[in-house]
Design a protein around this ligand. Structure first.
Ligand code: CP
Length: 310
């Protein structure tokens, strides 16, 4: 695999290779001021043309813990803000000799376009409504750590599926690993193509929670939606939000996940977000290990990912 642009490009063995490599790297991701020399001499460029906290910082840390040099590039403060084209930006990075570009963009398809301009590996850090492959990989990694193998497990994905690149990647990754997926969404926030996704669609959240191993809450993406299509925050919280009452409907082993950033009081109450059933903070830590694994697998040979660990 040359690039990581979409979960659709992966087969189950490639997903498992990322998860197993991340498992090896987790102690390094989790320990501060520690690193392995695996990517020494490589230059990773983080090209973030849309806002991010978790993904940007964790790719930065992931590259540093593999001893790569990191260039953090955002539209603000660069010549992109003066109108420089995506192609010219890409060719400029190429001329600087970067070894890999991690790209986030509000435009679906931007990472694929970049991969046509550049020979170096491209990692998609989220593009428009299309894909967020490393989010899905860190999520299935987190689920596997709590639940074991995911084949036959039931994941309930709740919320704004229509605008969610996370939902698209998540469903594909879960299906590659044999999990069963149920979507619960306001009808206006389900994509027309959902019939071809190979998932179940349920109208009532309460009805599916007792049978869930994971409830995965999507962020309400107000910045991507027309107000006319969206219920009020209060109605959303009442019908599709998870509160203490709904938490009690879940089996005892089930976990609550969210990709962040959360709208507390809308898709999740503060009590649930801060409860010991929520693994949302752990998802963030796991994201460093999973992004280390992705960088390692795309940029390195087949040596032990932790070789030379300090
Ligand atoms: N989950 C996620 O992509 O978060 P950020 O937008 O903060 O990177």
């Amino acid at each position: 695999l040359r690039d990581l642009i979409s979960i659709e490009d992966l087969d189950p063995s490639q997903v498992l290779a990322v998860l197993d490599t991340a498992e090896q790297l987790l102690p390094i991701a989790d320990r501060r001021r520690n690193s392995v020399p695996t990517l020494r001499g490589k230059v990773v460029c983080n090209l973030f043309l849309e806002d991010s906290t978790r993904t940007r910082i964790s790719f930065d840390l992931a590259a540093k813990r593999l001893s790569a040099e990191v260039i953090n590039f955002s539209a603000k403060g660069s010549s992109v803000s003066k109108g420089e084209s995506f192609k010219d930006t890409a060719l400029t990075l190429d001329a600087m000799g970067v070894d890999c570009v991690v790209v986030r963009s509000g435009s679906s398809g931007a990472p694929l376009q970049l991969s046509r301009y550049l020979e170096v590996p491209i990692l998609n850090a989220g593009d428009g409504w299309h894909q967020h492959p490393t989010q899905a990989l860190l999520d299935v990694f987190t689920m596997r750590r709590h639940l074991g193998e995911l084949a036959g497990r039931h994941v309930v994905v709740v919320g704004d599926v229509l605008h969610s690149r996370v939902a698209r990647s998540e469903v594909q990754a879960l299906k590659l690993l044999g999990a069963r997926v149920t979507l619960v969404s306001p009808p206006t926030l389900l994509p027309p193509s959902v019939a071809s996704w190979g998932v179940e669609v349920a109208g009532e959240l309460d009805a599916v929670l007792p049978d869930a191993d994971v409830v995965y809450l999507l962020r309400v993406q107000r910045e991507r939606m027309h107000r006319a299509f969206f219920p009020t925050s209060r109605e959303y919280a009442r019908v599709w939000g998870v509160d203490e009452r709904r938490l009690a409907l879940l089996p005892e082993h089930a976990i609550v996940m969210h990709p962040g950033p959360m709208n507390r009081g809308v898709e999740i109450t503060a009590d649930v977000a801060d409860s010991d059933r929520a693994v949302i903070v752990e998802q963030v830590t796991n994201g460093i290990a999973v992004r280390m694994a992705c960088l390692y697998l795309l940029l390195s040979g087949d040596a032990d990912a932790t070789e030379g660990s300090a």
